[in-house]
Design a protein around this ligand. Sequence first.
Ligand SMILES: Nc1ncnc2c1ncn2[C@@H]1O[C@H](COP(=O)(O)OP(=O)(O)OP(=O)(O)O)[C@@H](O)[C@H]1O
Length: 200
Amino acid sequence: MRIEGVWKSRGRSQVLRGVDLTVPAGALVGVVGENGAGKSTLLGVAVGELAPDRGTVLRAGSVGYCPQRAVVNDTLTVEQHLRLFQVAYRLPTLTRAQELMDTLAFADCLHRRAGALSGGTRQKLNLLLALMHDPDLLLLDEPYQGFDWDTHQRFWDLAARLRDAGRSIVVVSHLLHVREHFDAVVHLHEGRLDAGEQAR
Ligand SMILES: Nc1ncnc2c1ncn2[C@@H]1O[C@H](COP(=O)(O)OP(=O)(O)OP(=O)(O)O)[C@@H](O)[C@H]1O
């Protein structure tokens, strides 16, 4: 993915002011910044949910987007979500979704309604829905919020495996202590990304 010279205002504030970001295949990049810095706005532009006021976004291949707020329907079960997204993604089987459920340790919740899930389990479903079609580009907004420690570790193991398999991954994060997981960390500040800092 390549983002060049992107500007975006939200309401009256000029949130992004000339953002450049290149994420090659096989790279895991962290985007950090204070609350309200514009990290979610940047991911929204990157995925195409928001149109930039200026600048360009180039994406190659399929995209998986895990938004900060889970896009789940409280009245549907986990299994019904999987079936719905299976149709949307045109997947022949749910094998990969089932593997991801095992990896994220919530296979026992298959028949529970989303509205009855704990916050962390709801987030596992949100992440799974972004990954179940094995996208080339992963745009993940605080994907591990609410995860217990074990799941947190499993998430990073999964991210490393996907990166090593050639996926491009962007993770928005508040947590500076997770920076060892990234190939590079960029800091969104005053609408621009500071030059990437090599983390590995
Ligand atoms: N729909 C909207 N309408 C108007 N302003 C918005 C909208 N969404 C976000 N903003 C504003 O845009 C700015 C950037 O918000 P954004 O959610 O992108 O920041 P963030 O870095 O992701 O924040 P956080 O770390 O709190 O999640 C904030 O000032 C926010 O109030």
